[in-house]
Design a protein around this ligand. Structure first.
Ligand SMILES: *Cc1c(COP(=O)(O)O)cnc(C)c1O
Ligand SMILES: [Zn+2]
Length: 409
C-alpha cells in the first residue's frame, strides 16, 4: 500500500528507509520523500482524481503515507477563486486566489501538512506529537492531535496574537511560550526532541510534513483545468510551501496529468520586517543571511528559514522574483482583498496581496498573464493587527433622529 520508497538526501542523494528522520547523516543535507513515480503514473489519472474524495486525499498516491489517512479527511480542496474585482483594480487580465483561509479544520494551509504528519506519527506508533510554531501550525497540531487521540506539546514565541494562542489552547494541548522569536523556539525544540520520544511534525517528521503542501499545488493545477498558472505568488516563512507548490506542478507534468510543460514563474512574498529570502533574491545571493524578525506578519516571521536556499534557487530557476512589503502595506493588502473580493485573510495574506500589487507595478508580473495568489490563512485569527486602523464606529441612541443626524444618504 502506498508508493513511498524511502527518504533521500537533497544534497548528496544518499537514500534512507522510511523513518522519522530529517537530516542526512553523511552531509547534513535535508531529506525528502522518494516516490515510485513510474507506479504512480500507472495508478493515477485525471479521471481517478476527479472521482476521488473532495479533500487533499484525492491525490493520496502522491502523498507520503503508507495506509489510509488518519486525520484531515476534510482538509484541502479549498476554493480557487477568479478575483474579478481585484483584477480590475490591479489592471491585470487573469488573477486567482487559492483560498486556504477556509481550510478545515483550523483555517490555514497548515492543516494540509499536519494531516500528513499526524498520519505518519500514527504509522510510526508515536503517542505524542509536537511542533515549533509561528501560530497556525500550533492551531492545527493541537486540533488534529486531539482528533487523533494523541498528546501534543506545542512551542510558540511569547508574542503571538491572542487568536492564535486561544485557537491552540481550546484543543487542550500542552502549550509553552518561549521568550524569543520562532528561530529560538525551533532551536530549543531540536534539543527537546533529542530527549523526548515525540514526533515533532516540522522537525523529525519534516520530510513527510512538507509533502502535505504539495496538495495545495495539485489543487491549483486541477482547478485551473489541468493547467498551471504563468505566475504564482507565495508567502514564505520556512520556505517549504513555495518549493512544494512547484514540485507538485512538476510531478503532475512528470506523470502525464498535465499536457504542457510547466513554465510557472514562482514569486516569494515576505514582510520587510522579516525578509531573509526576498533580500537574498534581490541581491543575487545564493543563500540567505539570517535576520531577527520584527513584523505583524507573525505567521511568516522566520529569520532563518530551513528551506531558504531552495526557495531562493527556485525563484531564480523559474524566472520569478521576490519582494517584500512594509507593515502599512500588509494592512492595506488585507483591506484591499476584503473590500474587493470579500475575503478576510490574515497578515500573511496581506503580504501576498501587496507583494503581488508591487510586482505588477514593477512589471515583474506581466499583466496579460495568469497569476495565482496564495492566500494561506484566516483574518479572524489576527484581528490584533487591525485594531485602531479604522475610523471610529458611531455609537448612537436607538432613536431615528439620532441616526438621521449621522447624515447617511
Ligand atoms: C506557515 C505559513 C506560511 C509559510 O509556510 P512555509 O512553508 O514555512 O514557508 C504561509 N502562510 C501562512 C499563513 C503560514 O502559517
Ligand atoms: Zn547527504
Amino acid at each position: 500500500m502506498g508508493f513511498v520508497e524511502g527518504l533521500k538526501c537533497k544534497e548528496c542523494g544518499k537514500t534512507f528507509p522510511k523513518e522519522p528522520i530529517h537530516v542526512c547523516e553523511f552531509c547534513f543535507g535535508p531529506l525528502e520523500v522518494m516516490y515510485n513515480m513510474e507506479e504512480i503514473k500507472k495508478n493515477l489519472s485525471r479521471e481517478k482524481i476527479k472521482n476521488g474524495p473532495k479533500s487533499m486525499w484525492r491525490y493520496k498516491e502522491l502523498l507520503p503515507i503508507d495506509g489510509e489517512p488518519f486525520v484531515g479527511l476534510n482538509t484541502g480542496y479549498t476554493p480557487l477563486i477568479r478575483a474579478k474585482n481585484l483584477e480590475k483594480k490591479l489592471g491585470v487580465k487573469e488573477l486567482y486566489i487559492k483560498n486556504d483561509s477556509v481550510n478545515h479544520p483550523t483555517w490555514s494551509f497548515k492543516d494540509r501538512v499536519v494531516a500528513c504528519a499526524i498520519t505518519k506519527a500514527k504509522e510510526f506508533n508515536y503517542e505524542a506529537v509536537g511542533c515549533a510554531s509561528t501560530g497556525n501550525l500550533a492551531n492545527s497540531v493541537a486540533a488534529q492531535a486531539a482528533e487523533a487521540g494523541l498528546k501534543s506539546f506545542i512551542f510558540i514565541p511569547d508574542d503571538l496574537e491572542i487568536g492564535k494562542v486561544i485557537g491552540t489552547l481550546i484543543y487542550g494541548p500542552t502549550l509553552v511560550k518561549i521568550k524569543g522569536s520562532y528561530d529560538d523556539v525551533n532551536r530549543l525544540c531540536n534539543e527537546i526532541g533529542i530527549h523526548h520520544p515525540w514526533a515533532f511534525v516540522n522537525i523529525n517528521l519534516r520530510p513527510f510534513y512538507g509533502d502535505g503542501s504539495k496538495s495545495y499545488g495539485y489543487e491549483i493545477a486541477e482547478q485551473l483545468g489541468w493547467k498551471t498558472p504563468d505566475n504564482v505568488v507565495v508567502p514564505v516563512a520556512g520556505s517549504s510551501l513555495i518549493t512544494k507548490i512547484h514540485r507538485a506542478f512538476k510531478e503532475f507534468e512528470q506523470i502525464g496529468i498535465l499536457e504542457d510543460e510547466v513554465k510557472t514563474k514562482v514569486f516569494a512574498a515576505q514582510a520587510s520586517g522579516c525578509a531573509p529570502v526576498t533580500t537574498a533574491i534581490k541581491n543575487g545571493w545564493e543563500v540567505h543571511k539570517p535576520v531577527k524578525p520584527n513584523t505583524i506578519a507573525k505567521s511568516i516571521a522566520i529569520g532563518n528559514p530551513a528551506d531558504g536556499y531552495y526557495g531562493i534557487k527556485l525563484t531564480k530557476q523559474t524566472g520569478g522574483w521576490g519582494e517584500d512589503v512594509s507593515e502599512q502595506e500588509i494592512i492595506d493588502g488585507m483591506k484591499l482583498l476584503a473590500e474587493t473580493e470579500g475575503i478576510f485573510t490574515e497578515t500573511a495574506g496581506g503580504v501576498t496581496v501587496s507583494v503581488t500589487k508591487k510586482l505588477i507595478e514593477q512589471g515583474k508580473i506581466n499583466p496579460d498573464e495568469s497569476t495565482v495568489m496564495c492566500i494561506t490563512g484566516n483574518g479572524l485569527k489576527t484581528t490584533d493587527s487591525l485594531v485602531g486602523t479604522f475610523p471610529d464606529v458611531p455609537v448612537i441612541e436607538a432613536k431615528l433622529s439620532e441616526f438621521d443626524k449621522l447624515g447617511y444618504k
